[in-house]
Ligand binder design. Structure first.
Ligand code: DX5
Ligand code: ZN
Length: 218
């Protein structure tokens, strides 16, 4: 049976009305929280203090996406504050497997993300060290960009490998996911879908989540 998770990204929400925005996505599986440091990506959002408040307020569990340098320094803090999952970038990590083990030991799901140009073959032999792998479908840094279909072969490779190994790892996509793109990502093997503008840009975010969910299952 197909499992589909829809994780709205609060990057597209109104930051000064965060509590009300979180209440609009009660039908989500996780709330996707984009942490940017203006070094790993050319944009800046918020850090552990804000994420701690979101954690305390959100009706759904947190899926934290760290677009930051030196994740070894910061990622465990997000696990400690109670985030359900913490995903760091492979390009920024010096010892990704060791960091994933630390996150799991704290009790979070451990995720690793790859930018559109980063190969995934290096992850093949360590799939089970991670609970989720995020294949970025845009260059990280900003919401509202166009989905890059050229990232789909990497997703297929990961999905095939995970199938061969009987791995339970979740395969996530992030960037440009909406009604017109979610089906191709699902078909390529994604089971977890981040959507910012497609959810928070809708009049009824919960209805948008439902529509995305059925499009992914088709
Ligand atoms: C981009 C972020 C995404 C972003 C997606 O760097 O990682 O999570 O919020 O936004 P949309 O869905 O609008 O492309
Ligand atoms: Zn993200």
């Amino acid at each position: 049976e197909a499992e589909v998770r829809i994780n709205p990204s609060i990057l597209a929400a109104d930051f000064v009305n965060m509590q009300a925005e979180l209440a609009r996505i009660a039908g989500a599986d996780f709330v996707h929280v984009d942490v940017m440091d203006n070094h790993f990506v050319p944009n800046l959002t918020f850090g552990p203090q804000m994420v701690g408040r979101i954690q305390a307020t959100s009706p759904v569990p947190l899926d934290v996406h760290l677009m930051i340098d030196a994740p070894e320094r910061w990622a465990p803090e997000y696990a400690e504050l109670g985030a359900a999952s913490v995903t760091f970038h492979l390009e920024a990590a010096t010892e990704p497997v060791a960091l994933a083990r630390r996150l799991r030991a704290i009790g979070a799901r451990a995720g690793v993300a790859v930018k559109p140009g980063t190969p995934v073959e290096g992850l093949f032999d360590v799939l089970d060290e991670f609970d989720q792998i995020l294949v970025m479908t845009v260059e990280p840094g900003f919401g509202g960009q166009s989905f890059m279909p050229e990232t789909m072969p990497k997703l297929r490779l990961l999905a095939e490998r995970a199938r061969q190994r009987g791995s339970a790892v979740w395969l996530q996509v992030d960037g440009g996911i909406g009604e017109s793109t979610i089906a191709q990502a699902a078909e390529a093997g994604a089971d977890t879908f981040v959507a910012g503008s497609a959810v928070f840009g809708a009049d009824d975010p919960d209805a948008a989540i439902g529509a995305l969910r059925s499009s992914a299952l088709r």
